[in-house]
Design a protein around this ligand. Structure first.
Ligand code: IMP
Length: 445
């Protein structure tokens, strides 16, 4: 049983940290979380679902996690999925099987805990997501097809099935009575085969049986951990500009992806968060449709895609590539109040003749440093500052002094032009391939 106590006040010793992708996702958050999880006692996912794909490289072995928090490969870390996440129970089971095969299965109630209030992604959500995309033809969002949008619709529409509901047949049936026929009618309207209810119920109950040992009072456990002053890391998924309300709508995901989502996704006071780390890739990528002012085509884009392995870790799609967009980053900073940046994949820029930063947008002759919410991205002309490239191999470099002068200037310009210190620089995919310049965790004084 979880002790009940008032947990909304800040403890003086605590250090809680939120990791946010500061662009359009795929910034390399998994690696940074994995690095930070060395200190964390808890790693908590609070939004999104298995549309995320966090790639970790440990001892040369690549592991991609979609749903389970990235602290799962760190011994002693408690990984928690709270109610703000939409959970596909079948994907979760597959991911657990993968970890088991790698001898890294988290212990129920220790290594992994999941809220019974997490809303489920069901087969009809996936089918509707895919069928809608097909219908949109030219206007596609380019979703991951994982059922994220339809699942969050059901949360807001009060028709979601929670993880706790599949632990009991009567409860599951009662919940399904509220939604099932309507969802099958939608599928039929979309020209898709209906879902067989009994078959789905049986599979869900079987999944529920296997997942039951992991079901815990996740939100209360996090609140208690914060109150005790434990180091808690909140792991965001997707990126600031994919936020359903503040992103490049409608080319966004269906959850709130910014730091404020910790308070609602976990159920915790805003004052419980004391550092927000923005993960920034040294260039920009997008997967799926939507505005991307600094997008490139041609040789440089090909270099970034090939050297940076810019193919979706969830869908395998080639990512669109371009220069780092500082107006978008300043906007993300406004949404999140970043206390520091972790700059990832600087090594990918090695070998380019010159590297650029998009420092502003020109819109109808006016220069903007931050995109206003009503900006029509089609009218944006990016303004660039150009830096000489470098050819020295910086892969695995661990100190600032070992970076070429031009790479250092590139990093310092980002700091100066956005006003956020770069505390960590990624110089390769491996755990140790980083320059650690300053603390990311900010302990309460
Ligand atoms: P959905 O989240 O599957 O509905 O997809 C909506 C948009 O968000 C699409 O453009 C996806 O490519 C994008 N998206 C969703 N999750 C991620 C992610 O983890 N990284 C990058 N893009 C994502």
């Amino acid at each position: 049983m979880v002790e009940s106590r008032v947990t909304t006040t800040r403890s003086r010793e605590m250090s809680t940290l939120v990791i946010i992708g500061a662009q359009w996702g795929d910034e390399g958050k998994g690696k940074v979380v994995d690095l930070l999880a060395r200190r964390a006692r808890y790693v908590v996912r609070f939004q999104g679902g298995n549309n995320a794909g966090h790639t970790l490289v440990v001892n040369g072995e690549k592991t991609v996690l979609h749903l389970i928090p990235s602290g799962v490969l760190q011994p002693g870390v408690k990984n928690i999925i709270t109610q703000g996440v939409v959970v596909d129970p079948f994907v979760l089971l597959q991911e657990l099987e993968g970890l088991e095969a790698a001898n890294a299965l988290p212990r129920p109630g220790e290594g992994l805990m999941i809220s019974p209030r997490a809303s489920l992604i069901l087969p009809y959500h996936r089918a509707i997501d895919k069928a809608r995309e097909l219908r949109l033809a030219g206007g596609k969002i380019g979703t991951t097809g994982r059922g994220i949008g339809p699942a969050y619709e059901d949360v807001a529409g009060r028709r979601a099935i929670h993880l706790g509901d599949i632990l009991d047949r009567a409860r599951l049936e009662a919940r399904l009575d509220r939604v099932f026929d309507e969802r099958n009618a939608t599928l039929s309207w979309l020209g898709q085969e209906p879902i067989n209810r009994e078959d789905m119920v049986q599979k869900l109950l079987a999944a529920g049986k296997r997942l039951a040992p992991y079901v815990r009072e996740a939100e209360a456990i996090v609140r208690d951990a914060v109150a005790r002053g434990e180091d808690v890391l909140f792991e965001g998924a997707q990126g600031a500009l994919l936020d359903v309300q503040h992103g490049t709508y409608p080319f966004v995901t269906s959850s709130s992806t910014n730091a404020g989502a910790v308070t609602t996704g976990v159920g915790i006071a805003p004052s419980a968060v004391n550092a927000v780390v923005g993960i920034v890739k040294a260039y920009t990528t997008r997967v799926g449709a939507g505005p991307f002012p600094s997008e490139l085509e041609g040789e440089v884009a090909d270099h970034l895609r090939a050297v940076g392995h810019e193919f979706g870790s969830t869908t395998g799609r080639p990512r669109r590539c371009g220069w780092l967009d500082l107006p978008a980053l300043r906007y993300a900073h406004g949404l999140n109040g970043f206390t520091s940046f972790a700059l990832t994949k600087l090594d990918v820029l090695t070998g380019l003749d010159e590297v650029k930063l998009c420092t502003g947008y020109k819109v109808k002759g006016e220069v903007l440093s931050i995109p206003p919410s009503a900006v029509n991205f089609d009218e944006v002309e990016p303004i660039y500052e150009t830096f000489p490239g470098w050819t020295e191999d910086i892969k695995g470099v661990q100190t600032l002094d070992e970076l070429p002068e031009s790479a250092r200037r590139f990093v310092e310009s980002i700091e100066a032009l956005v006003g956020v210190p770069v505390a960590v620089i990624g110089t390769g995919p491996g755990r140790r391939e980083v320059v650690e310049r300053g603390p990311l965790w900010i302990a309460e004084a």
